[in-house]
Structure formats: C-alpha cells, structure tokens
Design a protein around this ligand. Structure first.
Ligand code: HEC
Ligand code: HEC
Ligand code: HEC
Length: 290
C-alpha cells in the first residue's frame, strides 16, 4: 500500500496545469499592477514593449545557437534573461508564472556551450510563455484593447434621445422584429412604416463606430461603416419596400432580405463585438478601461 501514494501524488501534479486550462478556465480581470503599463493611450503599452524585447532576444539566442555562434548567442541570452526577469518583477501577481531558474540554467548552458541541455531549458522557458498567454491574453485584451460599450451613448433618431448602447440595441431589435410581425399579419402599410423606423435606427448606428474605430481605415476608400451598417443593408430594405409599392409583396424576397440583414448585420457584428462586451459586463462597472 505504502508506495502507492507518492505515485498518485506525482500523477496529479503532472496533470494540474491541464486541468487548470480546461474545466476551470476563468476569464478574470487582469492584476491591478498591470494597469500602469497600459495607462498612456495612443502609445504602445510598456508591457507589450517588454514582451517584444523578450521575444526578440529569445529568438536571437536561437539563431546564435543554430549558427554555433556562441558568443553572440550568449549576448542575446543575457539580454533575454534580464528582460524576462524584469517582466517577472513588473507584475508581482504573475511572478509564479515565470521560471527564472530555467532561464538561468538556459543562459548557463549557453555559456558552457552545451547545446542539448540549453535546448531543454529553452523549451522549459518557452512553456511559460504560452501557458501565460493561454491563460491571460483574453482578459488583457478585453480590459485594455476593447473600449467599453457601457460609456457609449447613441442618439435614437426616432425620439432624438441619447440612449445607453444596450438600450439602443433593444430598440433596434424590436423595430427589426416589428417589420416581420406586421408583414406576417399582412399589414403592409404598417410594415413599411416599421422599415422606415428600423432603417433610421440602423443608419443611426453608423455614428457609433468612430467612438472606438478612431484611426482604422482612414486611408482607405472603404470605411468601417461599410460593414454591418452599410448601403447593402439599406438596399435590402429598399427592395422590400419596392415590392410593397407594387402591390404584390414578395414573401420569398422578403425572407431573403431580412435574413441577409439578420446574418450580415446583427449576427456578424455580435460575433465580433459582443464577447468583449459580455465579459466586461460580467466584471462590472469598476473594470472599465483605465
Ligand atoms: C506572466 C505572463 C506572461 C509570460 C510569462 C509571457 N508573456 Fe508574453 N504576453 C503576455 C500578455 C498578457 C500578452 C498580451 C499583451 C497585450 O496584447 O496587450 C503578451 C504578449 C506577448 C507578445 C505579443 C506582443 C505584441 O506585439 O502584441 C509576444 C511576442 C510575447 N508576449 C512573447 C513572450 C515570450 C517569448 C515569452 C516567454 C519567453 C512570454 N511572452 C512570456 C503575458 C506573458
Ligand atoms: C465599443 C467599441 C466599438 C464600437 C462601438 C465598434 N467597434 Fe468594431 N471593433 C472594436 C474593436 C476593439 C475591434 C477589434 C479590432 C480593432 O481594434 O479594430 C473591432 C473590430 C471590428 C471589425 C473587424 C476588423 C477590423 O477592421 O477591426 C469590424 C469590421 C468592425 N469592428 C466594425 C464596426 C462597425 C461597422 C461599427 C459601427 C457600426 C463598430 N465596429 C463599432 C470596437 C468597437
Ligand atoms: C455595430 C455592431 C452591432 C450591430 C450592427 C448590431 N449589434 Fe446588437 N449588440 C452589439 C453589441 C456590442 C451588443 C452588446 C452591448 C453591451 O452589452 O453593452 C449588442 C447587444 C444587442 C442586444 C442585447 C442583448 C442582450 O442580451 O442584452 C440585442 C437584442 C441586439 N444587440 C440586437 C441586435 C439586432 C436585432 C441587430 C440587427 C438588426 C443588431 N443588434 C445589430 C453590436 C451590434
């Protein structure tokens, strides 16, 4: 009986990291001490600068090893070692996720020109990179790279009220549904009016993009507003109205165009933008962009 326990304990320890990254995967707010490395807007965050430094010096070390240029490899490895250690100190909450011992051994083996052990320690260090990225990148992106919808107001063109983004979405959604409900009730005049209201709201959403998309696409003939809220949506509505005006509403065309809007506008935009908004909502109001 006696020897069994250590075996099981070893087995469990071996599998702990995998358990952590699957069943228990949590997207929590990043540690507080990271905030200060993301505080200057419009500038590459210090944390990213540090990561790039780590990445470049780490890569340069391998090139040196491959070329058996040990002197150059050692120089890069030492540069890497201090950058890696600095990163570990920048965010004390993440210190455990760095393997400074492996990094030291990596450098020591390059110094001794021991290629095989150096490679083994390199792999060990590399594991710490991807483990941390897998665990924390999403939360870092949601916190620092996604502006919050919760501070955005949208002007509702129907009653000219400034609304919270989410409330505007609910109005947009109900005006979209009204089109279909009234169509099915064969109330074509009312359905036409619902199209007008929906169309105004959808176009109203165009003014919102620029609150987050500040620089993108500016040098391009396509603008960000050609996506999800572009002229193809307005055209689809226009074509439905045309069949209303002709006196013979076309059910097939109606379904096709409504489906187009539902998939290419609502759904596509949600697939891109909603995950971040949902996570931020779960974190609560305190977790806004600094
Ligand atoms: C303790 C956590 C942690 C460790 C360890 C770590 N990183 Fe990172 N790294 C991050 C986070 C978080 C980001 C995302 C930063 C962002 O997008 O704002 C990142 C981003 C990066 C990037 C992308 C930078 C860019 O231009 O956007 C590179 C490259 C990178 N890390 C390389 C490495 C390498 C190489 C190692 C290991 C030698 C490593 N990292 C170790 C947390 C870590
Ligand atoms: C709350 C902020 C926010 C709003 C509002 C917003 N976006 Fe985005 N959107 C983002 C972020 C962040 C990304 C990720 C990539 C990036 O930063 O461009 C993104 C990505 C996209 C992408 C994917 C590729 C790319 O070019 O970045 C498209 C397309 C897009 N948005 C279109 C729109 C349109 C159209 C609107 C307005 C109707 C809009 N967005 C409104 C924050 C926003
Ligand atoms: C510019 C991108 C974009 C477009 C286009 C868009 N939405 Fe949204 N929608 C969002 C985002 C982002 C949220 C989450 C807002 C939040 O949580 O703060 C959202 C939230 C919603 C919600 C609230 C969900 C909930 O559970 O609270 C509804 C309903 C909704 N959208 C319906 C629609 C419909 C219907 C359309 C198409 C006619 C549409 N949206 C078009 C981006 C968009």
């Amino acid at each position: 009986m006696k020897p069994k326990f250590p075996v099981i304990a070893g087995f469990i320890l071996l599998f702990v990291p995998y358990i952590t990254y699957s069943a228990d995967f949590l997207i929590q707010t990043p540690p507080k001490s990271l905030d200060k490395y993301y505080s200057e807007r419009g500038k590459t965050p210090e944390w990213i600068e540090q990561m790039r430094h780590i990445s470049k010096s780490f890569g340069a070390t391998f090139i040196g090893m491959d070329q058996e240029n040990w002197e150059s490899s050692l120089k890069s490895a030492q540069d890497f070692g201090s950058a890696y250690q600095k990163a570990a100190e920048m965010v004390p909450e993440w210190k455990e996720l760095f393997d400074l011992k492996a990094s030291e051994n990596f450098i020591a083996n390059i110094k001794m020109q021991n290629a095989e052990p150096a490679k083994q320690f390199r792999d060990k260090v590399e594991k710490t990179c991807s483990q941390c990225h897998q665990k924390h990148n999403i939360s870092v992106w949601v916190r620092y790279h996604w502006p919050s919808t919760q501070t955005i107001k949208v002007l509702d063109p129907i009653d000219e009220q400034e609304l919270d983004y989410n409330l505007f979405m609910h109005r947009l959604s109900s005006s979209f549904k009204n089109i279909e409900i009234l169509f099915e009730q064969e109330k074509y005049t009312e359905s036409w009016q619902a199209i007008e209201i929906f169309s105004k709201r959808l176009r109203g959403l165009r003014s919102v993009c620029a609150k987050c998309h500040v620089t993108e696409w500016s040098r391009n003939s396509t603008t960000i507003k050609d996506f999800f809220v572009g002229d193809d949506m307005v055209d689809s509505l226009q074509q439905i109205k045309k069949t209303f005006a002709s006196g013979t509403p076309d059910t097939k065309l109606f379904r096709k165009k409504m489906e187009h809007i539902s998939e290419q506008s609502c759904k596509m935009c949600h697939l891109i933008h909603q995950p971040a908004a949902i996570i931020q909502r779960a974190w609560g109001k305190t977790a806004h962009h600094p």
